[in-house]
Design a protein around this ligand. Structure first.
Ligand code: GFB
Length: 313
C-alpha cells in the first residue's frame, strides 16, 4: 500500500506500540487519525461502527488491546478475553463495512503452543495446548488472526496480521503488579539503587527464555508490512535473539548501575519455558531490527528517568 495522502486510523495510539507507530508514521506523507477512550470505547459496537462510518479511513492499524504481564494475564482472564474479543471484532467488522482498504491487526507470540518447536514458525499455530497463564489473551488474539483470514476469504478484504514478540520501550506499563518483566525489573533495580538496598526480587526461577524487541523497531516492521505485505498468513515480528530472565536481570543492573544480589521468588510462575519466534518470513521481505537489547534498555531507562514523576502521579 502506498501511504502517501492516506488517512490511517491508529487505534491504540497512546499505548507503547501505538505511540511508537505514531512516531514512525510521522515520517510518512499520510494523515493519522486517533481516538481516545473518552471519544470511542472500542468495546462498544455502536460507538465503533458510528465512528468508522463517519471517518471512513483508508487504513486501520489495530494496536488497541488489553495487555499485561504474566500475573495480570493469570488473574484477570475474563477481562483479557472479553476486552480483546470486543475490541478486535468491533474494529475488524466496522472496517469491512466502511470499506477500509487495508487493516493490520496486532497479536502476540503467546498465540503459539506452550511447547512449540523453537524457533516458532507461523505454521505452529493451533498445533498444541497453550500456556495456561495467558491462554485467555492468546485465544482472543488467535480469534483476531482468524477474523482477518475470514474477511479475506469471504469478502476479499486486504486484512493482515502481525505477531510481535515481547516488546519494551517508551510509554510501557511500569506498574509492578500488571507490567511485563522488562519494565518491572527496571523499576525494581532503580528503586533498589535509590534506596541503597543489597538485593532485589525477580519472579520465578530466572530460567525462562524470552525474545525482546524495542517498540520503535517493531513499529518500523509494522509500517513495512502495511506497505509491502498482503498475505493470508500472520507474520512473526521478532529479533531472533533470546535471553534468560536471569541474564536480563543482570543486564538491567549494568544499565541502571546497581551491583546488588538477585533474589528469586519461586512462588511466582515462570510461564512458557521458551518463546523464540522464527521471523524469516519478515526477513525475506527485506526488513531487520536495528536496536540491540542493551541499547534499547538504556534508551528506555532514560525515558523512565525523564518521566518517572508523571508515571507515579
Ligand atoms: O513479561 P512477563 O510478565 O510475561 O514475564 P510472559 C516473563 C518472565 O519474567 C516470567 C519473569 O518467567 C516471569 O516470572 N519475571 C521475573 C517477571 N520477574 C518479573 C517481574 O517482576 N514481573 C514480571 N511481569 N515478570 C506475557 C503474556 O507472558 O507476555 C502475555 O502473559 C503476552 O499474554 C506477553 O503474550 C508478551 O512473557 O511470560
Amino acid at each position: 500500500m502506498d501511504l502517501v495522502g492516506k488517512r490511517i486510523y491508529l487505534a491504540g495510539h497512546a499505548g507503547m506500540v501505538g505511540s511508537a507507530v505514531h512516531r514512525r508514521l510521522a515520517s510518512e506523507d499520510c494523515e493519522v487519525l486517533t481516538t481516545t477512550r473518552g471519544d470511542v470505547d472500542l468495546r462498544d459496537q455502536k460507538a465503533v461502527h458510528a465512528w468508522m462510518a463517519d471517518a471512513k479511513p483508508d487504513a486501520l492499524i489495530v494496536a488497541a488491546a488489553k495487555v499485561g504481564g504474566i500475573l495480570a494475564n493469570d488473574t484477570q482472564p475474563a477481562d483479557f478475553l472479553y476486552d480483546n474479543l470486543m475490541i478486535e471484532a468491533n474494529l475488524i467488522h466496522a472496517a469491512f463495512e466502511a470499506q477500509v482498504e487495508k487493516l493490520l491487526f496486532l497479536g502476540s507470540s503467546c498465540i503459539y503452543p506452550k511447547l512449540a518447536d523453537q524457533p516458532m514458525r507461523e505454521d505452529a499455530l493451533l498445533t498444541g495446548p497453550l500456556e495456561p497463564t495467558n491462554e485467555w489473551y492468546a485465544i482472543a488474539k488467535i480469534a483476531g488472526i482468524k477474523m482477518c483470514q475470514a474477511y479475506r476469504k469471504q469478502h476479499g478484504c486486504d486484512f493482515i496480521s502481525a505477531m510481535p514478540t515481547n516488546m519494551y520501550g517508551f510509554n510501557d506499563n511500569f506498574d509492578l503488579q500488571s507490567s511485563h518483566v522488562l519494565p518491572a525489573l527496571m523499576v525494581k533495580v532503580h528503586n533498589a539503587k535509590v534506596n541503597g538496598d543489597k538485593s532485589y526480587e525477580v519472579w520465578g526461577s530466572g530460567a525462562p527464555l524470552r525474545e525482546f524487541m524495542y517498540a520503535d523497531d517493531c513499529a518500523d516492521a509494522l509500517v513495512h508490512l502495511l506497505q509491502h505485505y498482503s498475505g493470508e498468513s500472520h507474520v512473526n515480528v521478532g529479533t531472533g535473539e533470546e535471553v534468560s530472565i536471569r541474564a536480563l536481570a543482570e543486564t538491567m543492573c549494568e544499565v541502571v548501575g546497581f551491583d546488588g544480589e538477585l533474589v528469586f521468588d519461586a512462588s511466582k510462575p515462570d510461564g512458557t519455558p521458551r518463546k523464540l519466534m522464527d521471523s524469516s518470513l519478515l526477513r525475506g521481505m527485506g526488513w531487520s531490527p536495528k536496536v540491540q537489547l542493551k541499547q534499547g534498555i538504556a534508551r528506555t531507562y532514560q525515558w523512565y528517568l525523564d518521566n518517572a514523576d508523571s508515571l507515579r502521579a
